[in-house]
Ligand binder design. Structure first.
Ligand code: HEM
Length: 136
């Protein structure tokens, strides 16, 4: 009985971590829009730098959440599959961002920004789904 209770507590703690990390990744992606607004308005390299570091932080957070979901919530397949898609899409967006900034490929901005909008949908779905699991 105690063992069952301990397992249930562990599962809840892991689910809370997954939900918290996916939510943090979502907030970081929303902030990417804010940093972009700052460098567009002020034409400042500082905000491009912040935008670059924000990309790394969001990828790391989404990746850790996905690995944790895979390790602890394996039967909730949609969570870690969509988490993996979210992480890969963020890597792709960041790669395109690097091409825009470093190689001057501005023609990729109309791909970079809509992909960022799509990642917001994925992040929102992951945050809602994982907090629902916490409450189950
Ligand atoms: C609405 C959201 C976003 C907008 C409007 C936006 C816009 C842009 C623009 C215009 C650039 C080129 C900056 C320049 O060199 O002048 C850029 C670069 C970049 N973007 Fe975004 N972006 C958005 C979201 C994201 C997201 C979600 C990620 C990844 C998680 C990302 C990752 C990057 C990276 C890594 C760069 C290169 C920065 C550097 O060179 O350090 N962006 N973005």
């Amino acid at each position: 009985m105690t063992e069952v209770a301990t397992t249930a507590t562990k599962a809840t703690a892991a689910t809370r971590w997954v939900a918290g990390l996916f939510s943090a990744a979502l907030v970081l992606v929303v902030l990417q829009g804010l940093w972009a607004g700052m460098f567009i308005e002020q034409d400042s390299d500082l905000w491009v730098f912040v935008h670059g570091r924000g990309a790394e932080a969001s990828i790391l957070t989404a990746g850790i959440a996905t690995v944790l979901a895979f390790a602890t919530l394996r039967r909730h397949r949609s969570l870690w599959v969509v988490g993996a898609v979210f992480t890969v899409v963020l890597v792709l967006i960041a790669y395109l961002g690097g091409l825009i900034s470093d190689d001057g490929l501005d023609s990729l901005i109309p791909v970079h920004v809509p992909l960022a909008m799509g990642s917001l949908l994925l992040g929102t779905w992951l945050a809602v789904k994982s907090w629902r699991l916490v409450r189950e």
